[in-house]
Design a protein around this ligand. Sequence first.
Ligand code: PMP
Length: 440
Amino acid sequence: MSSHVFGRSAAQLPTALRGDGCYLYDAEGREYLDACGGAAVSCLGHSDAHVKAAITRQLDALPYAHTGFFTSEAAEDLADLLIQHAPAGIDRVYQLSGGSEAVEAAIKLARQFHIENGEPQRHRLIARRQSYHGNTLGALAAGGNAWRREKYQPLLVETYHIDPCFEYRHRAEDESLEAYGHRAANALEAELLRLGPETVMAFIAEPVVGATAGAVTAAPGYFRRIREICDQYGVLLILDEVMCGMGRTGYMFASEAEGITPDIVTIAKGLGAGYASIGAMLCTGRIYDVIAQGSGSFQHGHTYHGHPLAAAAARAVLESMASQGLIAQVQARGDYLAAALQDRLGQHAHVGDLRGRGLFRGIELVADRASKRPFDPALKLHQRIKAQAMAEGLMVYPAGGTVDGREGDHVLIAPPFIISEAQIDTLVDRFATALDRAID
Ligand code: PMP
């Protein structure tokens, strides 16, 4: 294969040729069980007949119409479907081409909201260490990985980072989960008071942290306290569900499990499920109305926003999820996967933490279980596990992150929702083998 692809060293990667159900096949005919959906993307597997037919139909009828001139049935239907599933109060949808675009739009919307609401001085953003929000400049500013941001300073959005809610690493031994959740959330209040709350536009967080931390769920009550603090200080709450949304955690929106409604929420990945490049930003009527009654419109737009072909694919993804009862299945298969991982790896000398929700599971590897000491970052253990897993015919996501200022080793398991129990057994078998080979 030629290696003119700009980016990763494509020459060293196998060439993907074909997908079928939960499996991918390369040009040499090797089979890979997809246990991470790439990056939690392929929630329907690789050959959903309903989605493929819907794309073909839309392609025959109309691939594209610019949103400056037309709306389309596909985009309208998709917006309606998303609103039906969204937390109460969220009733506006803006369709984009991916996750970073959705986060950018969310940040801009928050800024415009405050300007038109008579508080133009609110321009700062608070985010969390150990988070990922995308690679465009605004989203990059929000992300928690300092090493990703370093080269591109100064970034465009003035962002401050607080610690995430991460009980495995940060809860004190004698502290209850609830007390820890409350304490972790209060870090937001402390940061607001330090900065001056009247200068802050929004707080952004992933309800379940994905790419940088391996499925870290928040302690009970954390997000309810966050919601209270945001309301008290007039700060908007943006939840980034690009990875954990769209059914991945057993809820269509991960925030449902937290019992709160964000002001703005972003989704992508599972929305197109790999069949289309699509993301969306959703917000409450309260936000939209301020802008509608102010300047009249959100100062934004992309050539491919509301793309009919992408919207038709996403509409079909939601239909497929509903007709196959996949959200309920995520809960059941997620429990099965969690039990199988616990059974096989719960006592493993180097498995520090098994965590997650639904079919969004994280495994944290440590050099020493008692002290939770991470492996030497130079080993890049998470990358070695990924490589060994590929050799075993298994795709897992190497979610390296930052543990206490150091590189940590997390692996994310996020298989398609259609995975069977037998396939989960294979997944856990192959993973356990890959793990031991990587550590050897
Ligand atoms: N937010 C989160 C939580 C993500 O996980 C990602 C992608 N890993 C993004 C935003 C950016 O999405 P995209 O890669 O589609 O731009």
